[in-house]
Structure formats: structure tokens, C-alpha cells
Design a protein around this ligand. Structure first.
Ligand code: GDP
Ligand code: GDP
Length: 455
């Protein structure tokens, strides 16, 4: 590919950068006000995870991409959590549980100026049980005089406490080095050991769309009790369910069950749980309540699955309740509100009557197929050559930027790198994506296109 100014190292570098598989997941957990959001801000280097002194602020953005020393990972921020009816211990435990479940490694933040509290001890027990690698962050060590506070946290039995000032940046570099040591190169639970194992499905959607009903229906038994509040026994987290002669793993089914503590902070928990499930899955089956208007919350869930790069199926549930008029408006809403997943296979189901349940598996299989598709470089470039000839980029400032060469750097989801002779406008990028989809399918999968411009 040493054509038109790109040498092979440019190409290889770009492929390596873009073609990375799914990223390992780091969760930042701890009590409220220990500085989790401040730390997340510091790590991602932006002011995106808004720090609020005011409690009870609901945020639904819970995952971020981060990079340290050339390694990329996903960061799960649990800072948007609010205390609920069950009190602080139960809330922190629930929050930590979701986050730990989704993570490959955990940063446990403790306020060193306060020292270890009973709640911190309770989280330590959860961490022990989960067995995930833990980096202990002794936060609010703003200067040398605070070091002794950090040392006291050896008592938690989690190994070396890393003295950090999330606010000023002190010690965060050393702590992140320890994080990289703890974090696997690739997400283990998602794509390592399970290769060749059952496919992992996350059944997601806002409360009351019918997730537990659908799970019941496909499991063909009352495995998940609809509307029941969680009892004292621990719910199963992942369930193996046979569908269409194939065994699938439905991840995070415990999260599908309604919980007492979901009464408050429900939106935030729901987002965290959804993010956790999506991280663990290959396929997201997004449930939409067809009897109601498509909401912003539905769209956020869709965005979460798209951004996570999962294979996606959209299931419109409660189809049994639809009359002619609602069906008409639903189609209009889908066109306008869910355009971002217009490429996803769609099924119109009823968890209540069992309508079209048999269409779910073929839709999932289609989505996985798109997600794993690899286009050979020769075919891709023949296709690009045709497009560039028939639909060239508009001339800008007397120049015509051209796509010179492209390659698919990765799959799951498909990622492309295109090399260009000038800046490629957003409209033309969208056009390229559309044409790629027309040509090669990619049904049910997001695709990433990154464009490198020759200097
Ligand atoms: P979260 O609830 O755990 O996400 O905590 P926040 O990140 O919202 O921080 C809670 C409060 O502690 C805020 O007022 C922060 O400015 C403050 N804070 C966070 N990190 C530090 C730190 O390293 N040193 C000091 N002195 N204050 C901090
Ligand atoms: P979840 O919160 O997403 O798990 O939703 P649930 O499974 O608890 O369902 C919420 C409510 O919708 C319950 O009252 C269900 O009986 C009802 N429901 C679920 N699926 C259907 C369906 O396909 N048709 C109808 N008519 N009702 C449904």
C-alpha cells in the first residue's frame, strides 16, 4: 500500500490503532463523595463526567474511553449514584455489584482523610467474593502530610494503597501504572475464555418494556418472576437458555429482575445495569414498548449499545396491544427516532402471547453475522475505486479530496481505515457508510470508519 504518500508503516500503525478488539473494562467504585467522578475526569482528561457537590444528580452517561501509556480501556464511572431507601450500605453494595460484574479490574476509591468506614469494609467483602483484580486508591492525599492516612489503608487487606489526589493529579500516574498491570490486554470475560462458548445476549430496555416477561417466554418457564421484588437469595447472573437448538447465554439476568432499591435512583441504576450487561455481551437485544411513544430513554439505551459496538437486534414488544392507528404512528416514530439503528434487524413480538418468538433467533444470528463480517482488502478497494469514480467527493477550495486506499482493520464490530488525500466531509463519510452497507450487508452491526489524511 505504498501508494500516494502512505508507507506501509502508516498503514500498519493505523490498523493497529483502529483495529483493536473490544477494550478491557475498568470500574471506579466507592462511597459517595470519595472523589470517584473527580478521578474519572482526571483519567479521561476531560470535564465530561460532571462533578456535582449536590447529591441526587442523575446521569446516564456511565462509560468512557480512556487511554494511559498507550493502552486503551473503558472506564465505568459509578459516581452518579444516589443513596436510596435502603440506606447507604445497600446502595453502595448494589452499585459496586453491577460495576464489578461488568469490569475486568476495579479501582476502589477510599477517602484517606476519613479512613476506612464500615461501608468500605462491606465493599471489600464484595470485592473479595468477586475475585477481580483491585487497585486501592487512597484519595484526597493532596500533599506529603496525607501519606500516613494512605498507609493506614493497608488494613483493608487489598494490598498497597496508592496515595492519590484526584483533584490535583498527584499520584494518579503511579496508580494508573498499577491499573495497567491489573488490567488484561483484552476483556477476559467477554472475549477471552468464552471463545467457542455460548453467545452472550444482553436483553436491555427501559423499565416495563417487558424484559422479564420476554426472558420468561424464551426460557419457557417462570425462571424470572415478573414484578417480584428481590428476595434474600442471590439471583443467578447469567442464564443458559436453549433457543432454536442452540444454547445462548443471557447475561446479567439478575439485573432484569426488579429490585427494591430501584425505587429511587432508578434511572441511574438502570443505566449502570444496562452498561454492565452490554459490556458482557456480544449481542444486545433492545426491547422497545411498541404500545408507547419511543422515548429519549429508549434512544439512550440504543446509543449505549451502538457506542459499545455490539451486534444489535431491535424487538418491538407488546405487539398484541397495537391497533391500526398506533401501528401507523409507530412506523413514523421508528423512522425519525431510531434512525441510528435503521440497519438493525427488527422483530415485532409479544412476550404475552408468544407472537413471533421464533423470529428472534434468526434476527440474532443475522446481527452476529454482520458483526463478524470481514471484507477482503482487494474487494474493498475495488469497491472504493468504483465509488470514487462514480461519486467523487465535492471539490473544496479548488481541491478534490480522494479516498486512496482502505482496509478493514478489525471485526466485532467491523472497523475500517480509509486513507485520503484531503479532509473527507461528514456527509461523504455517511455516504460511504451507506454504500458499504448496501454492498456488504453489515445488518445488525455498527461499523466504524476512520479516515487518515496524508499530510
Ligand atoms: P464521588 O461522589 O465519589 O464521585 O465524588 P466527587 O468526585 O464528586 O468528589 C466529591 C468531593 O470531593 C468534591 O467536592 C471534590 O472536589 C472533592 N475531591 C475529590 N477528589 C479530591 C482530592 O483528591 N482532594 C481533595 N481535597 N478533594 C477532593
Ligand atoms: P421489565 O421491567 O422490562 O422486565 O418488564 P416486565 O416483564 O416486568 O413487564 C412489564 C409489564 O408489561 C408487565 O405487567 C407485563 O405483564 C407487561 N407485558 C410484558 N410483555 C407484554 C406483552 O407482550 N404484551 C402485553 N400486553 N403486556 C406485556
Amino acid at each position: 500500500a505504498a501508494e500516494e504518500g502512505f508507507d506501509i508503516e502508516d498503514v500498519e500503525g493505523a490498523i493497529e490503532e483502529v483495529g483493536h478488539g473490544p477494550l478491557p473494562v475498568l470500574a471506579v467504585i466507592g462511597r459517595p463523595n470519595v472523589g470517584k467522578s473527580t478521578l474519572v475526569n482526571r483519567i479521561i482528561g476531560r470535564r465530561e463526567a460532571v462533578v456535582e457537590d449536590r447529591p441526587g444528580v442523575t446521569r446516564d452517561r456511565v462509560t468512557y474511553e480512556a487511554e494511559w501509556a498507550g493502552r486503551r480501556f473503558k472506564l465505568v464511572d459509578t459516581g452518579g449514584w444516589e443513596q436510596d431507601v435502603l440506606g447507604i450500605d445497600a446502595s453502595v453494595a448494589a452499585q459496586a455489584e453491577y460495576a464489578i460484574e461488568a469490569a475486568d479490574a476495579v479501582v476502589f476509591v477510599v477517602d484517606a482523610t476519613v479512613g476506612a468506614t464500615d461501608t468500605d469494609e462491606a465493599v471489600v467483602r464484595l470485592l473479595r467474593k468477586a475475585g477481580k483484580p483491585v487497585v486501592l486508591c487512597a484519595n484526597k492525599v493532596d500533599g506529603p502530610s496525607g501519606e500516613a492516612d494512605a498507609t493506614a489503608l493497608w488494613a483493608l487487606g487489598l494490598g498497597e494503597p496508592h496515595p492519590v489526589s484526584a483533584l490535583h493529579g498527584r499520584g494518579t500516574g503511579d496508580m494508573l501504572d498499577a491499573v495497567l498491570d491489573a488490567l488484561p490486554e483484552a476483556p477476559e470475560q467477554t472475549f477471552g475464555t468464552a471463545i467457542g462458548g455460548p453467545r452472550r445476549i444482553a436483553l436491555i430496555g427501559r423499565p416495563n418494556v417487558g424484559k422479564s416477561s420476554l426472558l420468561n417466554k424464551v426460557a419457557n418457564e417462570d425462571r424470572v418472576v415478573v414484578n417480584e421484588l428481590a428476595g434474600t437469595t442471590r439471583d443467578p447472573v447469567d442464564e443458559l437458555i436453549e433457543l432454536g437448538g442452540v444454547t445462548w447465554k443471557f447475561v446479567d439476568t439478575a439485573g432484569i429482575r426488579k429490585r427494591v432499591h430501584l425505587q429511587q435512583g432508578a434511572d441511574y441504576y438502570a443505566s449502570l445495569r444496562t452498561a454492565a450487561a452490554v459490556e458482557k455481551a456480544e449481542v444486545a437485544v433492545i426491547l422497545i414498548d411498541a404500545s408507547e411513544s419511543i422515548s429519549v430513554q429508549d434512544q439512550r439505551i440504543v446509543t449505549m449499545a451502538v457506542e459499545a459496538g455490539r451486534a444489535i437486534v431491535v424487538a418491538y414488544n407488546k405487539w398484541d396491544t397495537l391497533d391500526e392507528e398506533r401501528r401507523y404512528y409507530l412506523e413514523r416514530e421508528i423512522e425519525t427516532e431510531l434512525a441510528q439503528v435503521a440497519w438493525a434487524p427488527r422483530v415485532n413480538v409479544s412476550a404475552a402471547t408468544g407472537r413471533h418468538m421464533e423470529k428472534l433467533v434468526p434476527a440474532i444470528e443475522t446481527a452476529i453475522e454482520g458483526w463478524e463480517t470481514r471484507v477482503p482488502t482487494g474487494r474493498l478497494n475495488a469497491f472504493l475505486g468504483e465509488i470514487v469514480a462514480s461519486h467523487p467527493h465535492p471539490v473544496r477550495g479548488g481541491k478534490q479530496p480522494r479516498i486512496l486506499f482502505g482496509t478493514q482493520a478489525g471485526t466485532k464490530p467491523p472497523r475500517f481505515v480509509f486513507f485520503a488525500s484531503g479532509f473527507i466531509e461528514a456527509g461523504y463519510r455517511r455516504f460511504l457508510e451507506r454504500r458499504l452497507r448496501e454492498e456488504f450487508g453489515f445488518e445488525g452491526t455498527p461499523i466504524h470508519i476512520s479516515v487518515r489524511v496524508r499530510e
